[in-house]
Design a protein around this ligand. Structure first.
Ligand SMILES: [Fe+2]
Length: 388
């Protein structure tokens, strides 16, 4: 019975969390606390040109700033990690301050490995390959969704092979996460919505993972409560700092939950449409979630009823065999109100491409923890078709 409380589990969440408006401007205190002197900022060009946030962080670091690497792209790849690490070595960086969304944070995790270990990034692909702490890493998220500031995972694309590589290691957990709502203030409504739905998927997948455990359950359920209440508010008014802060907390809690309990098929399928058709991660998750909920329903016991309660809805009287449809409908209603697309066909995925995606999804590490074992790509294809 996968949904009984686990008799044995390990919970691991060593990242220091600093929360509050303008706390990012105190980043130098965290660099000094780590006994570092040369911090390399890792970010993307859009943030540099459109928000000026990296420049603010540079000023806040003062003479502790070794430089800025701003070549991170969406779906960052191995070649970007290599370029960043090369610059870090040249500048003598002894720590990294990543400023951005999942792509910047995961790039920085890859760079932290190369700055410490050298060699080729691909040598460290897989799980628990590293044997010692990596280059100190402080994260300042500019989106509220990825949770990567507190996870032991980095997803980095191999653009040559058209697939996403997973790096899972407790030694790449960031040292500090600074959750400053001011850093997410300028995020446009659609990205706010889709990254927020990424956090929703983290919480739900942690709740029904084969490795679920009670501490992660508590974090995930509260994350769902916060997302249900505050995501519509930040999408409507991006200047609502209180709501922005609550979404950062929700994304963080959902990140800790799935870093311990793990992910599931929603992420495996989203990684694959992301790798092959470039669909933004949160958007892919948001679209695939309802179909995956329906597929997994009969293996999830009363988990879906708990999700409904956390979303503030009545769960009494709903039979377990109806719960999948009910939760899937509620999620679609929620994402529709957020203004997000509902179908893969709406985001540039051709029907003829679903077969390739389903084959790739079977080899994704996240699918291992899905509540239903999946070994047949035809099963995955059915779910993709439902979401198409
Ligand atoms: Fe995610």
């Amino acid at each position: 019975m996968p949904y009984d409380a686990q008799l044995n589990f390990v919970f691991w969440s060593p990242t220091k969390i600093v929360f509050g408006e303008n706390t990012a401007l105190d980043v130098a205190i965290e660099v000094e606390a780590l006994k570092c002197k040369r911090a390399l900022i890792v970010t993307d060009k859009d943030l540099v040109t459109k928000t000026g946030i990296p420049e603010k962080i540079k000023r806040a670091l003062g003479n502790l700033c070794a430089g800025i690497f701003s070549d991170v792209e969406p779906d960052s790849g191995i070649h970007i990690v290599n370029q960043g690490a090369k610059l870090g070595m040249k500048l003598g960086a002894d720590c990294i301050v990543s400023v951005g969304g999942g792509s910047a944070i995961d790039t920085a995790k890859g760079m932290a490995i190369l700055l410490k270990e050298g060699g080729k990034l691909q040598d460290y692909m897989g799980f628990q390959i590293l044997t010692r702490p990596q280059t100190p890493h402080i994260v300042i998220p500019t989106t509220a969704g990825t949770g990567s500031e507190v996870t032991y995972i980095a997803v980095i694309k191999d653009h040559q092979k058209g697939r996403k590589l997973l790096f899972g290691d407790y030694n790449i957990l960031p040292n500090v996460a600074i959750l400053d709502p001011k850093m997410t203030e300028g995020l446009p409504p659609r990205l706010t919505a889709s990254t927020g739905m990424d956090a929703m998927c983290h919480a739900i997948e942690a709740l029904h993972s084969l490795q679920k455990e009670p501490i992660a359950d508590g974090l995930a359920l509260h994350a769902i409560r916060l997302i249900k209440e505050f995501l519509p508010k930040v999408v409507e008014n991006g200047k609502d700092m209180m709501a922005r802060g609550q979404m950062l907390i929700a994304a963080n809690m959902a990140g800790v939950a799935c870093s311990n309990a793990q992910w599931g098929m929603v992420h495996a399928l989203a990684h694959s449409v992301g790798a092959i058709f470039g669909v933004q991660h949160g958007l892919a998750n948001s679209i695939l979630l309802p179909a995956c909920l329906k597929y997994n329903a009969d293996a999830c016991g009363d988990v879906y009823l708990n999700i409904l309660s956390a979303m503030g809805m009545r769960s009494e009287g709903i039979q377990l065999d109806q719960a999948g449809d009910v939760v899937a409908d509620k999620i679609m209603e929620f994402t529709k109100k957020l203004g997000l697309p509902q179908r893969l066909r709406d985001v540039g995925v051709p029907e003829a491409g679903l077969k390739d995606c389903s084959e790739l999804a079977l080899s994704d590490g996240a699918i291992v923890y899905n509540p239903k074992f999946i070994t047949d790509s035809a099963e995955v294809l059915k779910v993709y078709k439902q979401a198409w």
